[in-house]
Design a binder for this molecule. Structure first.
Ligand code: SF4
Length: 89
């Protein structure tokens, strides 16, 4: 007498439903900087040829500039220097 034993093999199939959410984070590298980098205009902390920020039309007291970013010294200077008009008389 042969006895057939049926071994029931249990197979566990795990189905992992992974919901992969592709969170695309849009990193904006572009900075909303509307002023020029001081390096781009060769800004320096000292006057040049008697010209300095405090006499430039772009200077905004006490320490900023309309077109150049960062802290600007009244005694600084850059290639974008534009002298104020002297009112004579
Ligand atoms: S010299 Fe340059 S940094 Fe200085 S106020 Fe003028 S534009 Fe701005």
């Amino acid at each position: 007498m042969t006895k057939y034993d049926n071994d029931a093999t249990r197979r566990q199939v795990l189905r992992a439903g992974l919901a992969v959410v592709g969170g695309a984070v849009a990193v904006s590298a572009a900075q909303a900087q509307d002023k020029i980098d001081p390096k781009m205009v060769q800004y320096q902390d000292s006057p040049k040829d008697g010209n300095k920020c405090s006499t430039c039309v772009n200077f905004e007291a006490p320490s900023s500039c309309k077109i150049v970013a960062g802290k600007i010294s009244p005694n600084g200077w850059c290639i974008a220097y534009a002298p104020m008009e002297d009112k004579k008389g």
